[in-house]
Design a protein around this ligand. Sequence first.
Ligand SMILES: Cc1ncc(C[n+]2csc(CCOP(=O)(O)OP(=O)(O)O)c2C)c(N)n1
Ligand SMILES: [Mg+2]
Length: 393
Amino acid sequence: MALSRLSHRGVGSTLLRPFSARPISSDATLTIETSVPFTAHNCDPPSRDVATSAPELLTFFRDMALMRRMEIAADSLYKAKLIRGFCHLYDGQEAVAVGMEAGITKRDCIITAYRDHCTFLGRGGTLLEVFAELMGRREGCSKGKGGSMHFYKKESGFYGGHGIVGAQIPLGCGLAFAQKYSKDEAVTFALYGDGAANQGQLFEALNIAALWDLPAILVCENNHYGMGTAEWRAAKSPAYYKRGDYVPGLKVDGMDVLAVKQACKFAKEHALKNGPLILEMDTYRYHGHSMSDPGSTYRTRDEISGVRQERDPIERVRKLLLTHDIAAEKELKDIEKEIRKEVDEAIAKAKESPMPDPSDLFTNVYVKGYGVEVLISSNYTALEFYRRMDIFS
Ligand SMILES: Cc1ncc(C[n+]2csc(CCOP(=O)(O)OP(=O)(O)O)c2C)c(N)n1
Ligand SMILES: [Mg+2]
């Protein structure tokens, strides 16, 4: 089927409109088997046969390719010193963010760690908000004051963006508590890494979540490294889907967007009826841990290129689109070209956005007027102090 017949769904500008406009036409259902079987702990796994459609597969391709391009562009902006401070990239892991959105709704909540750019985009954020935030500009999603690790979009259920490893897990269970208390019939996905999976607070939060049957889904994005530490050096049992003991779990190929979608749908239904569940997403990050890590001292280049060749989530969907005759190679290349243009336009626009005003130091610190302005000395306030120290020049 020619791409034009699919009316270029979702191939508009993401600069000012929300990400991932759903396809207009809904073609016949396609059933595609997941790359590998699910492995379940204390529950029956969902079917490996995933229902999808041509427009959905095209949207998956486009959304993941857009995320990939955005992260590559962030890498260049960082090297050009236009992005400063911390910056953790998500390329390689895109199928988790995209597949999860396909299995849930924006009434469900998501909370994650610092590798949050693509999750934000998946929740409906725009490229402009991403690049402006990364460059510390006012049009950023956190008004340029959060930076890479602190993206938020509360109106579509995205609660950050957290720099303290594991801290988002109990917060996520708190969101699930609120959902149950308010009878929302919605769930919370709390994402964390394999490094965080060994922390005590995870088990404390899980205990309460299980005790109170909270609709919490703990998603371990297992990219197999915590900074530069391989999972086998840090975890006695790296079978993270089983680590909840009395809490059911499912191991999922996190490089297969369809498997992620199926698992998240299943997890939502399970959590609403029975309480928490762990999803272990077997995934991989191509970049180093953060911009200061070349990512090649604790793993071989062959390992990275092997994953790229055999498991890349975008290439997997490209193959599906070609073998099911949904799009031709040239059409997919055109989509990628268009994406590059969109990303470049967003960066140009973000560069025009002003930096926050010094007075913004005191806004959005406390909720609605709670808190006080700091007095550095009896003679002047913190703002005056910073001015005198020439910090804004
Ligand atoms: C409480 C705490 N301890 C240590 C750190 C430093 N730190 C930042 S990321 C990280 C590794 C986390 O690895 P993982 O959970 O696997 O997530 P990934 O970076 O692989 O996505 C560490 C130790 C931190 N930010 N917070
Ligand atoms: Mg990790």
